[in-house]
Design a protein around this ligand. Structure first.
Ligand code: SIN
Length: 284
């Protein structure tokens, strides 16, 4: 396969880069996809400005990186394209409106046995200010830990569930309630606190504020304290890239080595985005 010379420009944090001169609505050559994938392994947050994507084109581009994974909350899925999650404070397409819904640190869907490798978010309506997305570099955060903490967490297991986060979001009025029957599917799952990225081979912290509730074998308080300490460390400014959305940016991120959170904004403005989520493998 011929090599494609992708135009990649670093952003103001090593985690992120802008990819220029690529139209994601097109059926891109395999060499272009390979170049994007290679850039993605260097910069886990890639920004593609100025895109115009129909749901079909968004899905087609996303599938170039693997099979897609739906979301457990069904009333925020696109009615015609259920592999698209609709994040819209206007309830675009008849979905449940989401007001500041993802405003907590998380990596997508870690409450499932097989969490996704990546997500691709297309922001077609964004507020003129705020409503940013922050990304934390979990590889750099792990590498910067002192030896004692690394020794303490290497080989330990985190317990993840969606249930507690969902109840907190319902209470805050940012997510519609689910029945007990619907919530029964959110059993606890176990993932390593430190995972090795299957493509780069680098170790990264794999806990998050949203869904990691306990550390296996530790008392509740002790586990909570350790998780809070790790999360506070990973979200120090030095590890965080802030993405300030321009209309029609596409941002794709690697869930295996980043966390993210949305920031709040003036809800009188529309913020509407479509997200696809690419299947991963069991973290190890
Ligand atoms: C997400 O959590 O996947 C979306 C983040 C955002 O709305 O900025």
């Amino acid at each position: 396969m011929e090599q494609f010379d992708l135009s990649v420009e670093p952003r103001d944090h090593a985690l992120a880069a802008t990819v220029h001169d690529i139209d994601l609505s097109q059926d891109l050559d395999e060499a272009v996809i390979a170049a994007i994938r290679a850039a993605w392994m260097k910069n886990p947050v890639l920004v593609f400005p100025g895109q115009t994507l129909t749901p079909e084109q968004h899905l087609a581009y996303s599938r170039r990186f693997g099979d897609l994974q739906g979301h457990t909350v069904k009333n925020i899925l696109h009615p015609e394209y259920p592999e698209i999650l609709v994040l819209s404070n206007r309830g675009r397409g008849g979905t449940a409106p989401i007001n500041n819904g993802g405003a907590y640190w998380h990596s997508d869907i870690t409450y499932e046995e097989i969490p996704p490798m990546g997500s691709i978010l297309y922001g077609f309506e964004v507020p003129p200010e705020d409503g940013d997305t922050l990304y934390a570099d979990m590889t750099a955060a792990y590498e910067a830990l002192d030896g004692e903490t690394k020794g303490q967490i290497d080989g330990t297991i985190g317990i993840h569930t969606y249930r507690n986060r969902h109840l907190a979001m319902v209470e805050a009025g940012v997510r519609p309630a689910q029945t007990e029957e619907q919530m029964a599917k959110w059993a606890d799952v176990e993932h390593p606190v430190v995972r090795t990225h299957p493509e780069t081979g680098r170790k990264a912290l794999y806990i998050n504020e949203g869904f990691t509730n306990a550390i296996k074998g530790l008392a509740e308080d002790e586990g909570r304290q350790l998780l809070d300490r790790l999360c506070a460390h990973a979200t120090e400014d030095r590890f965080v890239y802030r993405h300030q959305w321009q209309p029609c940016d596409v941002v794709m991120w690697d869930n295996r080595c980043t966390m993210h959170r949305a920031t709040t904004y003036d809800l009188s403005y529309e913020r509407s985005m479509h997200r696809t989520t690419i299947r991963g493998i069991k973290p190890a």
